[in-house]
Write a protein that binds this ligand. Sequence first.
Ligand code: ADP
Length: 209
Amino acid sequence: MELSNRQEQIIEIVKDNGPITGENIADRLSLTRATLRPDLAILTMAGYLDARPRVGYFFTGKTGSELLTEKLKKFKVEEYQSIPIVVEEDVSAYDAICTMFLEDVGTLFVTNQKSQLVGVVSRKDLLRASIGNQDLSQVPVHIIMTRMPNITICEPEDLLLDAAQKLIEKQIDGLPVVNRESDGLKVIGRLTKTNITKALVELGRDQHL
Ligand code: ADP
């Protein structure tokens, strides 16, 4: 959302004259206080202006990109994560391929019988296993997966930005979102590049609010 001309004007007035009351801003624009109310609400919510009771509006001094960065740094993994698709370590590579197709995901998380995270299987792991002449219905996924402790994870409270950085650094498509429990890591979500893209679009479409 771009700022309207009137909103830009308000910012200039407050910059030069703040703290200034809503009434006073309205006078300078030859408008009523009521007409101005939605604009002032937007500018305050977006962080350009701050309002103090009995004092009035003042300019926060933050630029659009500073406000955007501030907002991005508040995004948490739990707000954007998807449902995890999990298979047990003894299922066959063949069944893992079927699960990937049926669930429409590119990464499966692998658990043991105690539901602890033990590995990750990606499309490429399954392609690699398909290159040989082996019967994929006889190959358990735990043979071809990337295994703990080499799994990169994230937690629900982590910043989305930190999770995104892990995806880039490790050159992977997704992270399991886990809860640390006394008996190991429990998978509660999936954070992929798609989730990050969604957050980016949301931020861009709504950038001043
Ligand atoms: P693909 O290579 O199929 O496009 P990835 O780039 O996600 O998918 O996976 C590359 C390799 O990294 C694979 O061997 C996969 O097992 C492994 N991998 C994927 N996700 C993780 C993760 N979160 N932690 C550790 N290894 C992972």
